[in-house]
Design a protein around this ligand. Structure first.
Ligand SMILES: Cc1cc2nc3c(=O)[nH]c(=O)nc-3n(C[C@H](O)[C@H](O)[C@H](O)COP(=O)(O)OP(=O)(O)OC[C@H]3O[C@@H](n4cnc5c(N)ncnc54)[C@H](O)[C@@H]3O)c2cc1C
Ligand code: FES
Length: 511
């Protein structure tokens, strides 16, 4: 997101570091000239790569080495120590690599290596020529990017009914909405990228149906686009409450950049906002509107915010955190009507307001998949290769329900990183690679200066084990069933979160 260079802190790695100060599996952050560089050791091998994550500039030296890769402490991107390649989303760009020389028991970081070609493997004879992607969001973009990274030379058509090219959607409820991020941080790539990469991105283009027998996508205007492989990545859309006044011009939902711009335009003159729903997006919106100095009321039927996903301890903490920032909660209550200047509540109360944002959940956009007759089970059913019940049609992201080897069942989640990683795996599988999708689910959420990271997946649990102090913002909360850890939510325990992810990868339920 940011392209600012970090300050060159730590030792000058060109001057030599005593080898015995770098233990196996450890890293040292330093610099080479103006570049922040980390020096890492794995057994008797030494690596020097860029120290700044290419996602949001996280400090990689504070992450975790797993095999010959390093994982970012903030949102779990993964980079190859050997090549610098961004092996796992959310980072999509590589970091640079430097040559390391061992001389007289000292490690010297020498010149920067030339950028290496990424991991494209030799092309299969049966590789498709025409790939169509329906969806210009996290999964669709990551798939197109991976196809080109793999040096796929056929055509890629990416169809999106949005009017904006792929954006950093998580930012829309956080820094961008809060007014802390410039608009140039929002697109995932510059406008020229698509032309340069030969990705035929068609915006404001609605896909009306698919003809699997002819292998053609049918656009809203009747035009047909042939495909050899098709990826459905149609995402989700906000649930619209059925409520008098829900269509008034000061009532919004948030999914797209256009939605966000409208909220920001309204927020510039609004004095008091009502957020309907105490979900992740609702509360991130609440925090961002508070950053704009607007009085914020949150109305939700829940007893505690986020309790269903995070449990009571974290729910109480999140509530207190928002209250400390001035948010007023109306819990165990629901709106009954909205008019031009107020929201009426079931409890009988009324909140005067000039801005309403409804964040009451999303539903997967399944219409296309249903029309084609794909197997559906509260999402598009895919196998471990992300292929749907119709050969040649893949699905990824918020719509996909996949056999998760960690929780042991088919699951569907709404997480940015999962959508991107599924897009990447689907891309490989559309090229015939047969890669299982076996990432452990991960999401993050940010409230003011408090990041919450969550690895794994626990829809229900029979035990919550809290390690640390939730109120002191230093904790790892484990959600268990039958003694087995299904998920870990953490605050400021980044390495523990990464280690939990790595442990879950090792202990998957056989598929
Ligand atoms: C405001 C906000 C903040 C979020 N913050 C976080 C966060 O902090 N952490 C996290 O893990 N997750 C977060 N999420 C969730 C995350 O953004 C989603 O999980 C992710 O975007 C899903 O990716 P996707 O590709 O499946 O769908 P999307 O990104 O929604 O993309 C779907 C695409 O399909 C297109 N489309 C749909 N139907 C059609 C059609 N018929 N024809 C043509 N195009 C079509 C849409 O226009 C869109 O381009 C957030 C979501 C929102 C809205
Ligand atoms: S900053 Fe590294 S993954 Fe986000």
């Amino acid at each position: 997101m940011s392209d600012t260079k970090p300050e060159s802190t730590g030792p000058d790695l060109t001057m030599g570091i005593a080898i015995d100060t770098l233990a196996d599996g450890k890293m040292i952050a330093g610099h080479v000239g103006d570049d922040a560089v980390l020096l890492a050791r794995r057994g008797d091998e030494f690596f020097a790569i860029g120290a700044q994550c290419t996602h949001y500039s996280g400090p990689l030296a504070e992450g975790l080495i797993v095999g010959d890769s390093v994982r970012c402490p903030w949102h779990h991107a993964c980079f190859s120590l050997r090549t610098g390649e961004a092996l796992r989303a959310p980072a999509l760009n590589p970091v640079a690599c430097w040559r390391v020389e061992l001389r007289d028991e000292k490690l010297f970081v020498r010149e920067k290596k030339a950028a290496t070609e990424t991991s494209g493997t030799p092309r299969a004879k049966t590789e498709p020529q025409r790939i169509v992607i329906v969806g210009g969001g996290a999964a669709g973009f990551a798939a197109a990017e991976m196809l080109r990274r793999q040096r796929f030379e056929g055509s890629i058509v990416m169809l999106s009914d949005d009017d904006a090219p792929p954006v950093d959607r998580p930012n829309l409820s956080k820094d961008y909405l809060a007014g802390n991020a410039p608009e140039e941080w929002v697109p995932l790539r510059d406008a020229d990228y698509y032309g340069q990469q030969g990705i035929d991105l068609r915006l404001k283009t609605n896909v009306g149906s698919i003809d699997p027998a002819a292998r053609e996508v049918v656009l809203g205007d009747g035009a047909r686009i042939p495909y050899d492989r098709l990826l459905l990545a149609t995402g989700a859309e906000p649930v619209r409450l059925s409520l008098p006044g829900i269509d008034l011009p000061h009532v919004f939902t948030l999914r797209t950049l256009a939605d966000c711009r409208e909220i920001i335009a309204r927020a510039t003159s609004a004095r008091r906002a009502v957020v309907l729903g105490a979900s992740f997006i609702g509360l991130e919106v609440a925090a961002s509107l508070r950053a704009r100095g607007i009085e914020v009321h949150v109305v939700a039927p829940d007893k505690r915010p986020m309790e269903r996903v995070l449990g009571p301890e974290m729910g109480d903490f999140v509530r207190r955190l928002h209250e400390e920032h001035g948010v007023l909660f109306h819990l165990e209550d629901t709106p009954t009507a909205i008019d031009a200047s107020a929201v009426k509540l079931k409890s009988g109360g009324t909140i005067d307001t000039d801005l309403v944002v409804a964040g009451v959940g999303v539903r997967p956009r399944l219409a296309l998949a249903e029309k084609v007759g794909l197997a559906i089970d509260r999402g598009v059913t895919v196998d471990e290769y992300l292929e749907t019940s119709v050969p040649g049609i893949f699905a990824a992201g918020d719509i996909a329900r996949w056999p998760d080897s960690h929780s042991g069942g088919p699951i569907r989640v709404e997480h940015w990183v999962v959508a991107q990683r599924q897009g990447q795996t689907a891309a490989l599988n559309m090229l015939g690679r047969r890669e299982r999708f076996d990432s452990v689910p991960f999401f993050w959420s940010q409230h003011y200066d408090v990041p919450i990271n969550y690895v794994g997946h626990a829809e229900t649990w029979d035990e919550i084990a809290v390690d640390g102090d939730v109120g002191a913002r230093d904790c790892a909360v484990r959600y268990k069933r039958g003694g087995r850890v299904l998920a870990v939510a953490s605050i400021n325990r980044d390495v523990e979160s990464l280690a939990a992810e790595a442990a879950m990868e090792m202990s998957s339920v056989p598929g």
